[in-house]
Design a protein around this ligand. Structure first.
Ligand code: 13P
Length: 283
């Protein structure tokens, strides 16, 4: 069943576990994720970046693809289609109008006042249409950033102000995680995470979930993380399966066989994350 993330993440918060956002890049990945999560009987969030949406043929194509696959596969688990890092009000509105059930507005590079103003507008538009909203405070780095730079970390007071003034549903505070592979060991500000959990009482989201050690993920959940975003680890797993196939089978030319060669690896990572996060089903 397609739904927004509200029930999913509130249940996770109450029961102290987390749900994974697995980012999708094409039809096959979407299918692998839906099949594995159905097998494990857990809810799932399909994350779609603006770049991935463009690659797949636009927001409407993504929504229709997910709906049709769910219908074809007889999917019964709760599924959210979530815009990852929506960069503007217009982009978020387009995703909502196309049928996304949840969106992220990411104005974390702007000053806090601008971030609040735009997020508020997004929340008004989204909530009127039963769509949930995630926002970011501080800035989650990429490979180009200094992962230990204090500039990236969210301030508790900004988080409180942002939540109070925008009525956002979920908060992604930047606390040292980065998108893409880590250069050194991930360094997360757990004390700050817990302070933000207590001060805002919102389900928290951890971006840059790939490459974070299992112990750190368990600790993050105990400090309020209810949603963990995984993209890079799925990409790496899939690529290693496909690379292995191409290296060991010089005869293969059918694209279906090549793409499918990453299926087992993707499904293994999904199962590992679901188990690690303790993801549960709810009524
Ligand atoms: P990774 O690159 O660590 O998988 O993070 C994905 C993410 O946070 C998407 O928003």
């Amino acid at each position: 069943m397609l739904e927004n993330m509200t029930k999913m993440l509130n249940h996770a918060k109450e029961n102290k576990y987390a749900v994974t956002q697995f980012n999708i890049n094409n039809l096959e990945w979407t299918r692998f994720i839906l099949e594995e999560c159905e097998k494990e009987h857990t809810p799932v969030i399909l994350g779609v970046s603006e770049g991935a949406a463009k690659y797949m043929g636009g927001y409407k194509t993504v929504v229709d693809m997910v709906k049709n696959l769910m219908n074809y596969l007889n999917t019964t688990i709760p599924v959210a289609i979530h815009l990852d890092h929506g960069s503007s009000y217009e982009s978020v509105v387009a995703a909502i109008d196309a049928g996304f059930t949840s969106v992220m507005i990411d104005k974390s590079r702007e000053d806090i006042d601008t971030n609040i103003d735009i997020t508020k507008k997004v929340v008004d538009y989204a909530h009127a249409r039963n769509v949930s909203v995630e926002g970011e405070i501080g800035h989650v780095g990429g490979q180009e950033d200094d992962i230990n730079g204090s500039i990236l970390y969210a301030e508790v007071s900004d988080c409180v102000r942002y939540c109070n003034e925008t009525n956002i549903d979920f908060l992604a505070p930047a606390l040292g995680s980065v998108h893409g592979p880590y250069k050194g060991d991930p360094v997360l500000a757990f004390d700050r995470m817990e302070e933000i959990k207590i001060a805002t009482n919102k389900p928290l989201v951890l971006h840059g979930g790939s490459g974070i050690y299992d112990e750190q993920i368990r600790k993050a959940i105990s400090c309020g993380i209810c949603k963990l975003n995984i993209n890079t680890e799925l990409q790496q797993a899939w690529t290693s399966g496909v690379r292995n196939k191409l290296n060991t089978d010089s005869e293969v030319y059918d694209p279906r066989k090549i793409i499918k060669a990453g299926e087992e690896d993707i499904k293994r990572v999904i199962k590992e994350k679901i188990t690690l996060l303790g993801t549960k089903m709810y009524d």
